[in-house]
Design a protein around this ligand. Structure first.
Ligand code: BG6
Length: 452
């Protein structure tokens, strides 16, 4: 079995919206509540975001289960809409809930990493224009200030944004998140607002001298050209600038790739910005990086292009002989974790980093239930083993990686897919919200016990 060093963190991820649902305190509506209300048929089996894994009621038992597995760290998040349901007034019950919740991790010796924004846009903020609105950004910064001051002494790692551009691509060109538009110009304006909000949150955190660390969790689904052709290489470079290294670098140290500036100008979609804002962005300096890795992006040039923005020139294609997770349609390529490890070492000054998400979502796991009622998820064990081996290779080559978190600690609700693809080490039975370890939980436990 794989052996990681004793001080290497092995844990699991979740997010607020995907586990809390409406929960035990008041919470303001999110864009996903509106989406579900307007189009319930778009959600797998008509399951919306109301209940999810109901963790605000189950957290004591769930954390006991995390402890049993041996997780030394867990990432979840604060819900902006729970702490400030209308964006203005503080919800005191929510403040208490998060103290109790965090304390429970503490009692169990589990370090907690808290995300401030994980796709959970309050509806009021969206109605004000989302991240394009400077008013929304200021409200976000007030929420951050509250959280830093209130919980700063209890949290070792704060994450500003999880996969910052996913709600932008999925909501403004991909039609998977609210408001399901198809407008590159708006996508770019929303993305810029996120960069600004991130930079301001990091700046505030440093000014407040909070005694913990701040970073971002970026979905670095490593870029490769699909072929050796000159066209695919250029497309991959542009794709990387827009989707992978480009935004990641802006959030890492405020470095804006000239390809982005040039191509936005070419298509006349440069977002509104001021020189003061750009200065704030350029001063960004995070303490650590979280990387979510699920699949590689093999970029192929399009023959017919819509030509509204640079990304219209290309698409992602999976090679015919590649291994694939058919339930999610994602290529399985563990070697990507080694590539990321080396890229961080060589390109990002070997910043302390960890795998914040990596995992395998499978549909109808009931098929794999054994006579004792346990799901024998050998495919997940294989996924973990192959990916973690590649990460270990990166560690051995000197990459400054301090941990690995599987997505997910427990089955989570997933946006339009709801509970279609299950990712957890722990199964959630939607009939009665009961929980059961899957085989992978015992494998993970052994892996953790095997550290030396
Ligand atoms: C990441 C997100 O994109 O991948 C999670 O940070 C998400 O929120 C996970 O659940 C798995 O993707 P999906 O879409 O299958 O749930």
């Amino acid at each position: 079995m794989l052996k990681f060093p004793k001080n290497f963190h092995i844990g699991a991820s979740m997010s607020a919206m995907q586990t809390e649902g409406k929960g035990i305190t008041e919470i303001g509506d999110l864009t996903f509540d509106a989406y579900f209300k307007e189009n319930p048929e778009l959600f797998y089996h008509g399951v919306g975001p109301d209940l999810t894994s109901d963790i605000t009621r189950h957290y004591k038992d769930d954390i006991a289960k995390f402890k049993y597995i041996g997780l030394d760290s867990v990432r979840t998040g604060f819900s902006w809409a729970r702490l400030f349901p209308d964006g203005i007034n503080l919800n005191k019950e929510a403040v208490k809930f998060y103290h109790d919740y965090i304390d429970e991790y503490f009692k169990n010796d589990i370090e907690i990493i808290m995300t401030l924004f994980h796709f959970d846009m309050p509806l009021w903020a969206h109605e004000l224009g989302g991240w394009e609105s400077r008013e929304v950004i200021e409200k976000f910064i007030s929420y951050c200030e509250f959280v830093f001051k209130q919980y700063g002494s209890k949290i070792d790692y704060f994450v500003t944004f999880n996969e910052p551009l996913v709600p932008v691509f999925e909501g403004y060109v991909g039609k998977m998140h609210y408001p399901a538009k198809d407008s590159p110009k708006e996508a770019v304006a929303q993305a810029y607002g996120i960069f600004l909000a991130h930079a301001k949150a990091v700046k505030l955190f440093k000014e407040l001298k909070i005694d913990s660390k701040i970073g971002v969790v970026y979905n670095w689904n490593f870029t490769f050209p699909f072929s050796d052709s000159a066209e695919d290489k250029i497309s991959a470079e542009i794709y990387d600038a827009y989707v992978n290294r480009g935004p990641l670098n802006i959030m890492y140290n405020g470095n804006i790739n000239p390809i982005i500036i040039k191509t936005l100008e070419e298509y006349n979609i440069t977002p509104f910005h001021t020189s003061e804002e750009i200065e704030i962005i350029k001063q960004t300096k995070i303490d650590f990086l979280g990387v979510n890795y699920y699949f590689p992006c093999r970029v192929k040039t399009n023959e017919n292009v819509k030509n509204r923005w640079a990304l219209d020139q290309m698409h992602i294609e999976i090679p015919a002989d590649a291994k694939i997770n058919p339930f999610r349609g994602w290529e399985i390529y563990p070697e990507g974790l080694y590539d990321i490890s080396i890229a961080i070492k060589e390109e990002l000054n070997n910043i302390p980093w960890y795998i914040a998400e990596n995992g395998m979502g499978v549909e109808n796991e009931d098929r794999f239930r054994n006579v004792n009622g346990q799901i024998d998820d050998d495919y997940r064990i294989e996924f973990l083993e192959t990916h973690m081996s590649e990460l270990k290779r990166g560690l051995d080559a000197g990459s400054n990686c301090f941990g690995y978190h599987i997505w997910a600690a427990i089955d989570c609700w997933s946006f339009r897919n709801a509970y279609k693809n299950r990712y957890g080490l722990i199964e959630v039975d939607l009939k009665d919200q009961s929980r059961k370890f899957k085989k992978s939980a015992y494998w993970y436990k052994e892996l953790i016990e095997n550290k030396e």
